[in-house]
Design a protein around this ligand. Structure first.
Ligand code: GLU
Length: 485
C-alpha cells in the first residue's frame, strides 16, 4: 500500500506551532516511507475564514522546508485541494447516505434547536432529538419533499444508532471505544450548502486515498463519527494517529496568552529554520532519548509513529533558545548574512560589507541566541562607542594607566600585521617589560576599544576592527580623559 498522508489546516489565520508539528510529523512519515504528502485546505467553516490565511500557511510551510507533493499550488490527481471548490462532491455523498436511510433532512431553525437543548429528553439527553424535531423522520417522505420543493432551508444529519460500540485503533493510543449513545446526529451538510468538517474530511480522505491520518489529539473525539461514516459508505478506514497536545510550562494547553504560538512570530524573532524544526520534531517524541540535536535526514530515518508519546508535550521556549544557540555555532554565514546585514542597516543606518559582517558573526556567534543580538552586545563593532561602562573603568583603570597606554599606542603603530598573533605577542612583551601581567593591560584596552567589560577575545576583536580604528579609539579615550569618571 502506498503511504499517503495529508496536512489539512483550516485557513483561520496564521500557522500555529501545533499545526507545524502535525505537518512535520506527516512530512517525516511520508519521507520515511517514500510516500506522498498532501496539503488540503479545509475552509468549510465560512464564519472563521481569514483573508490571506492560505498564503500565510503556504509561506510558513515553505519557510519550514515542509514540501508536499500535492496541494492548492501543486497539481495532483485528486484535486482540487481546497474544500470550498469541492462542494458538489460532498453534496453527492450526503445525498447518497440519505438515499440509504443513513442520514436525513432536518428543517429546524437555530432557535428551535436552542430551545430543544434546554429541555433535555430522557432518550436523547441534550443531543439532537430526532423523534421530536422537524425532520424527514417525523414529517414523512411526502411532507419532506414538499418542504424541499418550496426552497426551505435544510440540513442533512447523520443517523446515529443507539447501543452500538464504535471502536478503532490508534497507532499512538491503542484501541479506542465509544458508545454511539454518546454521539450526536451530527450535521453533515449545512444550510449554506457547505459540508461540515466531518463529512468533508472523511470524503476527502477517502477520495484522496489517504492511508494514515496523523493529526492533533483535539480531533480524537471526532474520530468515532468518522468511523461511522466510513462504515456507512462501506469504505476502508485509514490508520489513525492522534498526536499529543502541546502544553505551556505550567501544563495548561498551549495558548497565545502565555506567549507566541504563530510560526511566523518565531521566524520573525530570528530562530533558524533548522533549529526550529529540530525543536518542533521533539515535541512528543525523541528518537534516542539522549540527544537533542538531529539533522532532518536523521529525523526522517528514525521517525516512528509508534514511539510518539501519549502525554502532552511541553513547549519550552528556553529549550528552543538553547537549540537555536547550538545551531548558530555551526551555521554557515551565508544563511544568516541577509539578516545580519538588514538588522545592522536598520540599527546603524549603514550597509556593512559582507566580509566584515562574516568576521563579526564568527567572533560573537557563540555568545548569542539570535543573530540580531550581535548588534546590541557588540554595537561597538558597527559604530563609535555610545557609552562607556563607568564601573568597569573605576575598577580596572588604575592610576598611571594613561602613561602606559601612550606607550602602547606607539607599539601598535609599529605593528605591520595588525592580527591576533602579532597583537598578542607584542602586547605580552610590552606587559612583561613593565613587570605587569597581560590581564592588567587587557582591561584598559577593552575599555578603550569596546567600552564594555565583556566581549569576545580582545585581539580577535582588534583584528576585525582594524589598526586605524583601534588607534583612533585609544587616542580619543586618552585625549578626552574618559577615564575620569
Ligand atoms: N481542518 C482540521 C484542522 O484545522 C483538520 C483536522 C484533521 O486533520 O482531520 O486542524
Amino acid at each position: 500500500m502506498e503511504v499517503r498522508v495529508r496536512f489539512a489546516p483550516s485557513p483561520t489565520g496564521f500557522l500555529h506551532v501545533g499545526g507545524l508539528r502535525t505537518a512535520l510529523y506527516n512530512y517525516l512519515f511520508a519521507r520515511k516511507h517514500n510516500g506522498k504528502m498532501i496539503l488540503r485546505i479545509e475552509d468549510t467553516d465560512r464564519t472563521r475564514l481569514v483573508e490571506n490565511a492560505i498564503d500565510n500557511l503556504i509561506n510558513s510551510l515553505k519557510w519550514a522546508g515542509i514540501e508536499y507533493n500535492e496541494g492548492p499550488d501543486k497539481a495532483g490527481e485528486y484535486g482540487p485541494y481546497i474544500q470550498s471548490e469541492r462542494l458538489d462532491i460532498y453534496k453527492k455523498y450526503a445525498l447518497e447516505l440519505v438515499e440509504k436511510g443513513l442520514a436525513y433532512y432536518a428543517f429546524d431553525t437555530s432557535d428551535e434547536i436552542e430551545e430543544m437543548r434546554k429541555n433535555s429528553s430522557e432518550t436523547f439527553g441534550t443531543k439532537y432529538n430526532r423523534e421530536a424535531m422537524r425532520n424527514q423522520l417525523t414529517l414523512g417522505e411526502d411532507e419532506t419533499k414538499k418542504i424541499l420543493a418550496s426552497g426551505h432551508d435544510f440540513v442533512i444529519r447523520l443517523m446515529v444508532p443507539f447501543d452500538h460500540e464504535v471502536s478503532f485503533n490508534d497507532i499512538i493510543r491503542g484501541e479506542v471505544k465509544v458508545s454511539t449513545n454518546d454521539i450526536d446526529d451530527q450535521v453533515l451538510l449545512k444550510s449554506d450548502g457547505f459540508p461540515t468538517y466531518h463529512l468533508a474530511n472523511v470524503v476527502d480522505d477517502h477520495l484522496m486515498k489517504i492511508s494514515h491520518v496523523i493529526r492533533g489529539e483535539e480531533w480524537l473525539p471526532s474520530t468515532p463519527k468518522h468511523v461511522l461514516l466510513y462504515n456507512y459508505f462501506g469504505w476502508e478506514i485509514p490508520k489513525f494517529a492522534h498526536l499529543p497536545l502541546l502544553l505551556n510550562k505550567d501544563k495548561s494547553k498551549l495558548s497565545k496568552r502565555q506567549g507566541s504560538v504563530a510560526v511566523e512570530d518565531f521566524r520573525e524573532k530570528g530562530y533558524l529554520k533548522d533549529a526550529f524544526i529540530n525543536f518542533i520534531a521533539l515535541l512528543g517524541w525523541n528518537p534516542t532519548g539522549d540527544r537533542e540535536i538531529y539533522s532532518l535526514d536523521e529525523l526522517i530515518e528514525y521517525f516512528n509513529l509508534e514511539k510518539v508519546n501519549k502525554g502532552g508535550a511541553v513547549f519550552d521556549v528556553q529549550k528552543l533558545d538553547w537549540v537555536n544557540q547550538q545551531y548558530l555555532k555551526s551555521v554557515n554565514f551565508n544563511e544568516v548574512a541577509k539578516e545580519i546585514s538588514l538588522v545592522s542597516k536598520e540599527k546603524f543606518g549603514k550597509l556593512y560589507d559582507s566580509e566584515f559582517l562574516n568576521k563579526v558573526f564568527n567572533l560573537f556567534k557563540e555568545r548569542v541566541t539570535f543573530v540580531s543580538e550581535i548588534t546590541s552586545i557588540a554595537d561597538y563593532m558597527f559604530s563609535d562607542i555610545n557609552e562607556f561602562d563607568k564601573d568597569y573603568i573605576q575598577k580596572k583603570w588604575l592610576p598611571g594607566t594613561e602613561e602606559i597606554v601612550i606607550e602602547l599606542i606607539k607599539v601598535y603603530e609599529n605593528c605591520n600585521n595588525f592580527e591576533h598573533d602579532e597583537l598578542s605577542s607584542k602586547t605580552k612583551e610590552f606587559a612583561l617589560g613593565l613587570g605587569k601581567k597581560l590581564g592588567d593591560i587587557i582591561h584598559p584596552i577593552r575599555i578603550m576599544i569596546t567600552g564594555k567589560s565583556t566581549g569576545a577575545g580582545m585581539f580577535e576583536t582588534m583584528e576585525v576592527l582594524g589598526k586605524t580604528e583601534c588607534l583612533k579609539r585609544m587616542s580619543y579615550f586618552i585625549q578626552n580623559k574618559i577615564y575620569d569618571v
